[in-house]
Structures are given as C-alpha cells and as structure tokens.
Design a binder for this molecule. Sequence first.
Ligand code: COA
Length: 258
Amino acid sequence: MDYQNLILEIETRLATLTINRPEKLNALNRATILELNQALENLANDSMVRALIITGAGSKAFVAGADISEFAAFPVEQGEALARDGQALLFDKIAHFPKPVIAAINGFALGGGLELAMAAHVRLASDNAKMGLPELSLGVIPGYGGTQRLPQLIGRGRAYEMLFSAKMVDANTALSWGLVNKVCSQEDLLAESKAMAASFLKNSTQASAAAIAAVEAGFRPTEKGYSTEIKAFGACFQTPDFIEGTGAFMEKRKPDFN
Ligand code: COA
C-alpha cells in the first residue's frame, strides 16, 4: 500500500511507521490521520508484525500537533467531530493496538503530537525532544485524549502545570516526571527503540495483547472523561479566544486574550 504522508518499514517482525510531513513539522492533518488509521488496521491483522514503532521524519519534530490551518474556521459541531473522529480513528486505535507500540519522540511532540505519543504504550525520547500541550495558548483544550492520559502518566498537579502554562518540558524533565520511559541521543533513538521492541518480542504475543487490553480497560473505567473532553473541546470552537488564538498562530504573532 502506498502512503502519501507515511513511510512504513517492516523488518524481523517489527514495523516502523514514520510520519512524513517534515516541512510542516509532521503536523497531523486529516489525510495523515486516515493513513495512520489504515496502516494500523493492516498492521494489527498482519501476523508477521509483532510490535510497532511510531516516529517522525526529519531531525526537528516528532509531531508538532494537529494541523491548526485545517480547523481554525470550524464551527462547534465540526470541532466536536474533529475530536471524536480523531480519538476513534487514531488515538484509541493506538492505545488498544493488540501489539506493543513504542513512540520514538525525535523532536517536538506538541498538542496532538504528545497525545499520540501518550496513546502509545511506551515512549523513548531523544535528548533534544520538547514536549507540551500548548492548546490553552490557542484558546482550545486538548481533544485527542490529552486531558485524560497526561494526568494518568504524570499525576494531576504536573498535568495542570503543563496545561495551564502551555509550556514545553525538555526530555530529562519528561523522564523524571514519568512522561517518557527513556532518553537517549537522537542518533541512537531508533536503535534503542528497536532494541526495546526486540526485548518485547521474546515474550508471548497473545499474553502481550491480553496485558494491553487489561491495562487499557483499567484506565477507562467509564468513558466519561473522554466524552467530556470531546464536548469541551467542541465548545471552544468559535469563541473569541479560539479565533484570536488560532488566528495569531497563523499570522505568526502572540495572541492577545482579554
Ligand atoms: N499545524 C499546522 N502547521 C504547523 C504546525 C501545526 N500544529 N506546527 C508547525 N506548523 C508549520 C508552520 O506553520 C510552518 O509552516 P510554513 O513554513 O508554511 O509557515 C512550518 O510548520 C515550520 O514551523 P515553524 O513554526 O516555522 O517552526 P519554528 O521552528 O519556528 O517553531 C514550533 C517550531 C514547534 C515551536 C512551532 O511550529 C509551533 O509552535 N507549532 C505549533 C504547536 C502547537 O501549538 N501545536 C498544538 C496544536 S493544537
């Protein structure tokens, strides 16, 4: 299968998916989300593949977020659908993927990019990586599970600090907070990720799938958090702050929230 925005490599039972829009810092537009959905469907059913690494093309970014230029003009209903569809098509698919998924964070992981990394089961980061949820600086909230998975990983207080400040944390802070499992140099990142995947491949694939299902079920005792996120994300659309925040990003200036 040919992808426009992805590179797929498969070697010795391990698939590596590289999000390939480096000129836009691998921002997730709808076409890329649909291709990732298709690739995940295929890989889930491919018995030759036992684990998956997701990374970003180029040396600058893993994924710099959802593609702001695509949704800045959305009304509330489309905003809500953006979050609901994105969660179903991609983020929940990664979390519930029946084989171990490693995010190899090779640079900026912001907004939807960090949400994608958090949906993976394990995260490795290069020492130049920067991670954050800048949505509140755009007049919106995370809509791809970030309000749920960030506090699950780093605790409520640090999650609020990251959300309210909208600032990025560096790789070593992310490591000390439990946001990533391991930090290494950018040149070693893929090799380290593959070595970790190889250590997973020694164990039972059936039991790995069962462990993923059990762990994920425990973090979703009810769907309430995720559905509240979808509604609250949609409600931000077309507010004066959202129009100012996304407009300022595209005009390359700082937003002025009154
Ligand atoms: N959506 C759409 N386009 C994006 C993007 C995003 N999330 N992130 C980066 N891009 C685009 C830029 O618009 C720019 O495109 P252009 O060359 O056509 O103008 C290109 O990618 C390079 O980004 P640029 O901002 O010029 O790089 P930088 O090194 O100056 O800054 C970042 C890097 C990551 C700090 C900056 O790109 C940024 O803040 N991105 C948005 C992050 C964000 O808010 N994500 C959450 C979205 S909900």
